[in-house]
Design a protein around this ligand. Structure first.
Ligand code: BTN
Length: 347
């Protein structure tokens, strides 16, 4: 059987084992001969697999006699480059960069349970089981996105958690605008859109014990350098990426640091002055306010105008008969807008 005829699952399996091998080598060279012996495939197959990984955004150094190693470069996520751009005291200071994981949420959750401090950050080149809000799948292909999760240890009550979600959206939106020039806007509660298409999603998962927040995991997925071909067919009309919007390759390491910088400074603002300044920032970046919307939540479907944010970060929905209803969770659809069904693949 030629390399081209290798079944898809088998190819993915050997690619995963190849990445594991490079990760375990921790920056040391591996010869083509050694790789082919350990994987039980031909040298040509190894070379083709490496070429596929390069196409997916991984960067390799190749040296005669030594072989290949996974390289650090502007294109690949690089802990040193992220750290060099941080202006924080806590956020991103404890940093794990992974080539591949099932979900950075799970990685950060394990670290939080083991006592990791607030601001601990996990970033991955690829997620094999990335998850989104409402049990959806978050498509996280290798080498082109920003898939990251941070540990939060809020001291306030559980009711303040939605405010953190909105704060996170403001932080990411400001970082994106400053780093890339893309004029992203926030769709309630915390999706970022450009040209009406989604380019970032945020998932805040809170672990509660005895009515108190033990910790939260803030997951952020940004479609930084994804191309149309990186998405499954059914997502292509609904999504966009920073590269597509700006026409330029995004430096993901710099963007990660910028998000951490913004988040920490907004968290201080929140601690000192409460939710009001965050609410004003959120409203100024919103693409939801003033729009006709449909809300879908546990109570069913309601229509109205997005009138503003309430004290706890809830959306105030003004119905046709002038009643103002608070919306605490759920999905909204903007009119005129793109349909938002319950397809588990949908973002
Ligand atoms: C949404 O549904 O809009 C939220 C998507 C959140 C995706 C991010 S990617 C990093 C982190 N790890 C995950 O598995 N999910 C979040």
């Amino acid at each position: 059987m030629s390399d081209r005829e290798v079944p898809r699952e088998e190819a993915a399996g050997s690619r995963d084992r190849l990445l594991d091998m490079f990760e375990a080598a921790a920056g040391q060279y591996l010869s083509g001969e050694e790789i082919s012996r350990r994987l039980g495939v031909s040298r040509t197959a190894v070379w083709k697999q490496i070429r596929r990984l390069k196409d997916a955004g991984y960067v390799f150094d190749a040296a005669p006699k030594l072989g290949y190693r996974l390289a650090a470069s502007a294109a690949a996520l690089d802990a040193r480059r992220i750290e060099a751009s941080l202006r924080t005291r806590r956020f991103g200071r404890s940093l794990t960069v992974l080539a591949r994981t099932d979900s950075t949420q799970t990685e950060a959750e394990n670290l939080a349970r083991a006592g990791a401090p607030e601001g601990t950050l996990v970033v991955a080149e690829e997620q094999t089981s990335g998850r989104g809000r409402q049990g959806r799948v978050w498509h996280s292909p290798p080498g082109r996105g920003v898939w990251m999760s941070a540990v939060l240890r809020p001291e306030g009550p559980l009711t303040a958690v939605p405010q953190l979600t909105l704060l996170a959206a403001v932080a990411v939106c400001r970082a994106i605008r400053a780093e890339t020039g893309v004029q992203a806007g926030i769709k309630w509660p915390n999706d970022l859109l450009a040209d009406g298409r989604k380019l970032c999603g945020i998932l805040l998962e809170a672990v509660v014990e005895d009515g108190r927040v033990r910790h939260c995991i803030m997951g952020i997925g940004i479609d930084a350098n994804l191309e149309e071909a990186d998405y499954p067919e059914e997502l292509r009309q609904k999504v966009t990426s920073l590269r597509r919007e700006s026409g330029k390759e995004v430096d993901r390491s710099a963007l990660i640091a910028a998000v951490m910088n913004e988040f920490e400074s907004l968290l201080s603002l929140h601690a000192e002055h409460g939710f009001q300044p965050i609410r004003l920032l959120w409203e100024s970046l919103s693409v939801t306010l003033g729009r006709e919307i449909v809300v879908r939540d546990a109570r069913g479907e309601r229509r109205g105008r997005a009138a503003g944010l309430g004290e706890q970060g809830e959306l105030r929905l003004e119905t046709e008969d002038g009643e103002v209803l608070p919306v605490y969770s759920g999905d909204i659809e903007l009119y005129p807008g793109r349909a938002s069904g319950d397809d588990p693949k949908e973002r």
